[in-house]
Design a protein around this ligand. Structure first.
Ligand code: ST9
Ligand code: ZN
Ligand code: ZN
Length: 331
């Protein structure tokens, strides 16, 4: 303690310590390196959204068969992400035989969301370091950053540093993932654009122009935004029946569009459950198809949580709500 009535000046050692403490206590944004915007990505994202909006306009001038086909292609696009990149490859929450894995890889190529290995690496880092600087789409950086802003700038160094520690050897050893990585662009161009343009034209005489913009661009941009809502909206709004201490929430509207992937509080609490939800097939078309594939022997070793474990966790850390509120699941 300094003597009374004498002005106290900190020693240089103390000043240094205070500075270190200030840096340690500084909010993450104070330590964040300046954002480097990738303008080619900004231009590309702007273009695809304009093409998607034009596709939405053309939707009203299409054959009704084209509407049904757009829905089918959207479903396959979504399924390649939910059942493929997400539940199978990122989380290994079930196992699948080669024919079904090949089908999932083709569906995943419709989605144009980076190859399976890159998608899964970002997703594993997202789970392990959720809402920190090492989370590629850290929702603490705001809605826009979590939604698609993270695809428009260079990644935070922590994402790369922590991501390098994640074991990806299982995916590199899967020949289906390796094949997709090697032929990624020809696969995407064929599955995401050529097929949905040519099939409606060949089978029911839809114009190539309409099919390209509606089944191609509109379907793609809609699916991208629904996927991104899992990172933005479902990390911000909804109930937290399983863990009230984390940001991911049960968001009914996201669940509906993302064919069963909006039970995000459950999913971050129990990421190994292949249903990504407590309620099986309820608003969860992805689980329904995975179970059908199990029935015909293409899927096995599906992991789920016991009711006791889920119930216990809800009691300990849940917010007291029962689920998604808007639409109660069957008892
Ligand atoms: C897209 C992905 O849309 C969407 C993902 C959404 C995830 C949702 C999750 C929700 C779960 C549920 C699913 C619901 C689904 C519902 C469906 C309904 C329809 N770890 O990336 P680079 C290193 S994609 C370790 O260029 P930059 C590594 O060395 C849209 N290391 O970083 C790497 O080299 P390599 C289409 C990492 O320069 C090097 O850095 N795609 C990691 O900072 C360079 O990597 C686009 O628009 C890591 N995690 O650039 C492309 N990351 O790979 C956009 C990087 O050789 N991306 N490294 O090992 C880009 O242009 C760039 O990545 C960038 C960053 C500009 C964003
Ligand atoms: Zn996940
Ligand atoms: Zn998440």
């Amino acid at each position: 303690m300094p003597p009374r009535n004498v002005e106290y000046l900190p020693t240089s050692e103390e000043t240094e310590l205070n500075e270190v403490e200030a840096v340690v206590q500084a909010p993450p944004e104070a330590k964040r390196p300046p954002m480097v915007i990738v303008w080619t990505n900004v231009a590309w994202m702007s273009y695809i959204h304009l093409a998607g909006l034009y596709g939405l306009y053309l939707f009203f001038y299409c054959e009704y068969k084209t509407w049904a086909f757009t829905f089918l292609w959207y479903f396959l696009n979504a399924f390649g992400i939910t059942a493929g990149a997400h539940r199978l490859w990122s989380h290994r929450s079930y196992k699948a035989k080669l024919p079904f894995r090949t089908f999932l890889m083709l569906c995943n190529s419709i989605a144009f969301q980076n190859d399976i290995i890159e998608w899964s690496r970002d997703h594993r880092v997202h789970h392990k370091y959720s809402e920190t600087e090492a989370d590629p789409h850290n929702a603490k950086r705001g809605f826009f950053f979590a939604h698609c802003g993270w695809l428009l700038c260079r990644k935070h160094p922590d994402v790369k540093a922590k991501g390098k520690q994640i074991d990806m050897s299982d995916l590199h050893a899967d020949p289906v993932c390796a094949f997709q990585r090697k032929y990624y662009f020809p696969l995407v161009i064929t599955c995401s654009f050529i097929l949905p343009t040519v099939l409606p034209w060949y089978f029911w005489g839809e114009s190539l122009w309409n099919a390209f913009f509606v089944c191609g661009w509109f379907r793609l941009v809609f699916a991208l935004n629904i996927t991104w809502f899992v990172n933005s909206a479902a990390h911000m709004w909804g109930n937290k029946p399983y863990d009230r201490h984390i940001n991911p929430a049960e968001n009914f509207f996201v669940t509906f569009g993302a064919i069963g992937e909006g039970f995000h509080n459950y999913h971050h609490t129990f990421p190994m459950d292949y249903n990504t939800s407590e309620f099986g097939w309820h608003v969860n078309a992805t689980s329904l198809v995975i179970d059908f594939m199990a029935l015909i022997g293409q899927v096995y070793d599906r992991k789920t949580m016991s009711h006791e474990a889920v119930f216990g966790r809800k009691k300990r850390t849940g917010d007291g709500s029962s689920g998604f509120g808007v639409m109660e699941p069957p008892k």
